[in-house]
Write a protein that binds this ligand. Structure first.
Ligand SMILES: Cc1cc2nc3c(=O)[nH]c(=O)nc-3n(C[C@H](O)[C@H](O)[C@H](O)COP(=O)(O)O)c2cc1C
Length: 358
C-alpha cells in the first residue's frame, strides 16, 4: 500500500537520500568578506546540518562582475575554492547534502566600489558570462575532492536584467560562436528570453552532469525592476528545457501572498502546478511556507520538497521543531544584510538551549 508522504518523511532525490522534505533555501548573508567563505560560514551551515538534510548555500558569484552585493562569496578563483572546503567538509561531517548556488546578478552587475545604478549588460558580454558559470561549476566540484557537494543552481539571471535587451526578437542564428551550448533558435521566445538561461544551464550540465544540477526560477519576482509580462511563459519554456536535459531538481518561488477571498487571510496563491506537471525530476517550492502549508503541499503532491528561507535562518533546528510542533524563533529582518559574523547569523538559539533555560 502506498503511504501518503508528508513533510517529515524521507525522500530520494536522484542518488541522494534525504531524511525529510525540509530544505534550506539559499540566503545571501553578506558576511563573506572579500568574496571568500569565512570560518563563521562554516559554523552557520554546520548549525543547520544534520543527517539527510538538504542545504542550499547562499549564492556564490561566478565572476568579479557578478557579485551585485557586498561580501558575497565567489567561486571564480582557486583561493575561493580553498575557502569553501572547510565549510563543505563540516556540512558533510554532519551527514547533510550541500548544494552551492551559482549566480550572476545580471543587469545589477557589480562595481566593487559602487553598488549604485546598474549599467546595462551588452550582448557581447554574454558568452563570457556563460563561461563564468561553467568555470564556477567546475570549481564547485574542486571544493570537494570526493565530489559529494556539487553545483548547482545557475540562478537565472532573470534577476536584474531585461532579457529583451540581450536578445532582440530579430536575432537569428547562434550568437555565441564556439560555445558548447550552441543551438539554432527558432522561436522568438527561445531567442529573446531564455537564451542566456538555457545556455548557462546547458553549459553547467555539460560540465558537471545533469544529476548534480538544479535550477531555481522566480517567474513572479518583481525586484530590481525585472518583472516581465510573459515571465510565466518564459519560465515554462525553461522548465521544458530543464526536463529534457534531465536536470535533478527544479526549485520555484511562489507568487507573493495575497488575501484569500473566502477567508480574508493572506495566503500563498499556489501558481506552480503547470511547472510541476512538466518537470519529471524533483520539484521544490518556496516562498512564505510554514509547517502546515508545507505539510499540505507535500501531501497533495503539489511539491516533493519545500524550502524555507527566513524560518530556517532563525531556527537552525527547523526540521526538529517541525517534528515536535513547537514554537519557532522569530527572524530579525534588520540583520538580514548586515555583516556581523555573529549577530543575526550564528546566534539564533537551538531548541535544546531554550528548553534548558526554561
Ligand atoms: C536574507 C535573504 C537572503 C536571500 N538570498 C537569496 C539568495 O542568495 N539566492 C536566492 O535565490 N534567493 C535568496 N533569497 C530568497 C530566499 O531564498 C527565499 O526565496 C525567500 O526568503 C522566501 O522564502 P521564505 O518565505 O521561506 O523566507 C533571500 C532571502 C532573504 C530573506
Amino acid at each position: 500500500m502506498e503511504v501518503t508522504p508528508d513533510l517529515l518523511t524521507p525522500y530520494k532525490m536522484g542518488k541522494f537520500d534525504l531524511a525529510h522534505r525540509v530544505v534550506l533555501a539559499p540566503l545571501t548573508r553578506c558576511r563573506s568578506y572579500e568574496n571568500m567563505a569565512q570560518p563563521h560560514n562554516t559554523l552557520y551551515y554546520e548549525q543547520r546540518a544534520a543527517p539527510g538534510v538538504f542545504l542550499i548555500a547562499e549564492a556564490s558569484a561566478v565572476s568579479e562582475t557578478a557579485t551585485g552585493y557586498p561580501h558575497v562569496p565567489g567561486l571564480w578563483s582557486q583561493e575561493q575554492v580553498e575557502a569553501w572546503k572547510p565549510v563543505v567538509d563540516a556540512v558533510h561531517a554532519k551527514g547533510a547534502l550541500f548544494f552551492c548556488q551559482l549566480w550572476h546578478t545580471g543587469r545589477k552587475k557589480s562595481h566593487t566600489a559602487d553598488f549604485g545604478a546598474p549599467p546595462k549588460l551588452e550582448t557581447e558580454e554574454i558568452p563570457q558570462m556563460v563561461m563564468d558559470f561553467r568555470v564556477a561549476a567546475r570549481n564547485g566540484i574542486k571544493a570537494d575532492p570526493r565530489c559529494q557537494w556539487v553545483p548547482h543552481q545557475p540562478v537565472l539571471v532573470v534577476y536584474g536584467h531585461r532579457k529583451s535587451e540581450f536578445f532582440p526578437a530579430s536575432a537569428s542564428g547562434p550568437l555565441y560562436q564556439g560555445q558548447p551550448a550552441q543551438r539554432q533558435h527558432g522561436s522568438s521566445l527561445d531567442n529573446r528570453c531564455s537564451r542566456l538561461a538555457t545556455d548557462v544551464i546547458a553549459a553547467v550540465v555539460d560540465e558537471v552532469g545533469a544529476h548534480r544540477v538544479g535550477v531555481r526560477l522566480s517567474p513572479f519576482a518583481g525586484y530590481t525592476d525585472c518583472s516581465e509580462a510573459d515571465a510565466e511563459a518564459h519560465a515554462l519554456h525553461l522548465v521544458h528545457f530543464m526536463d529534457k536535459l534531465g536536470v535533478l531538481y527544479c526549485h520555484m518561488v511562489e507568487r507573493r501572498k495575497c488575501v484569500n477571498g473566502n477567508t480574508g487571510k493572506l495566503a500563498i496563491p499556489h501558481r506552480l502546478s503547470p511547472f510541476r506537471k512538466v518537470f519529471k525530476g524533483t520539484f521544490i517550492v518556496n516562498g512564505g511556507y510554514d509547517r502546515e502549508e508545507g505539510e499540505k503541499v507535500v501531501r497533495d503532491g503539489y511539491a516533493d520538497l519545500v524550502s524555507y528561507g527566513r524560518l530556517f535562518l532563525a531556527n537552525p533546528d527547523l526540521p526538529e521543531r517541525f517534528r515536535k510542533k513547537v514554537d519557532l524563533n522569530k527572524y530579525d529582518r534588520s540583520t538580514f544584510y548586515t555583516s556581523d559574523p555573529v549577530v543575526g547569523y550564528t546566534d539564533y538559539p537551538f531548541l535544546s538551549h531554550e528548553t534548558q533555560v526554561a
